[in-house]
Design a protein around this ligand. Sequence first.
Ligand SMILES: Nc1ncnc2c1ncn2[C@@H]1O[C@H](COP(=O)(O)OP(=O)(O)OP(=O)(O)O)[C@@H](O)[C@H]1O
Ligand SMILES: [Mg+2]
Length: 308
Amino acid sequence: MSATLAIDVRGMTKRFGRRTVVDNVDLAVATGEIVGFLGPNGSGKTTTIRMICGLLRPDAGQGTVLGLDVRTQSAAIKRQVGYMTQRFSFYEDLTIAENLTFVARLYELKPVEEAVAKTLEGLGLSSRKDQLAGTLSGGWKQRLALAACIMHQPRLLLLDEPTAGVDPKARREFWDEIHRLAADGLTVLVSTHYMDEAERCHRIGYIAYGRMLATGTVEEVVRGSGLVTYIVHGALRPEQMRALSMADGVEQIAPFGASLHVVGTDRSKLEAALAPLKGEAGIGVEPGETSLEDVFIKFMTGAQERAA
Ligand SMILES: Nc1ncnc2c1ncn2[C@@H]1O[C@H](COP(=O)(O)OP(=O)(O)OP(=O)(O)O)[C@@H](O)[C@H]1O
Ligand SMILES: [Mg+2]
């Protein structure tokens, strides 16, 4: 079984001082799979990624990464992993070619010039190789960073918020590239705060306060949340809005343009809460699909309450 799993770890735990920031996390990622790693700020994504790539020693937990023991073979793991750190940046005052040369030497690629030339060509940056990396657009910087972390042909990619602050077109191109790499057999674990990126993953994991709260396909995670959503069209009067937000069974109300998403776990209570609005002039109520965002808000609130 574990031969087909690129990541197969259980009980991963990390403490900083007296705080447990990653708490008994299990994670299984199949070879060639793209798994999204989501969760609020400070929930333990980066720490988990650093334990998986062998940069940080877990306080507890066991398992394998690329078939290697996560506790004892971290040096071998590091050589086969491409890790794009959060807020990755190049040496802005070196040229594109100089940056790639630096990475190629780090991984002892031989001959260096050939590895750099091949990467530049793959990126379509050969003609701009002498340009300072700092002058590239945000999207190009990310593409360059990705190209650099696959120069040594890793079998596993760990990408930590690789597209933060990148525009939609560049993000789409970045994801197209990730899917191409996965189709070639590379396994990808990618952390993100973007819901649309979660939907591009084969599976996702959601972590909060160091605990993995849900894993599965987006559909499975949404279904597993047990949330029911109704959409209210039209403008509510302030007193209607107040009554709705205080009604039993209404857990979340979120405006989306000219409509409202009203979310709860108990369908009949939710319907009872919405009943007074039906038949009101200019207002429509219809069943809607629960979004991943609604699910994450519920997870976050629940985790916060438990932590408090
Ligand atoms: N070296 C460290 N020493 C002490 N505390 C740390 C250290 N690294 C991380 N932490 C703490 O561990 C917790 C988890 O941090 P981590 O960076 O893993 O979260 P994250 O999910 O990646 O957050 P973000 O989405 O903001 O990147 C945070 O409270 C952070 O402050
Ligand atoms: Mg992080």
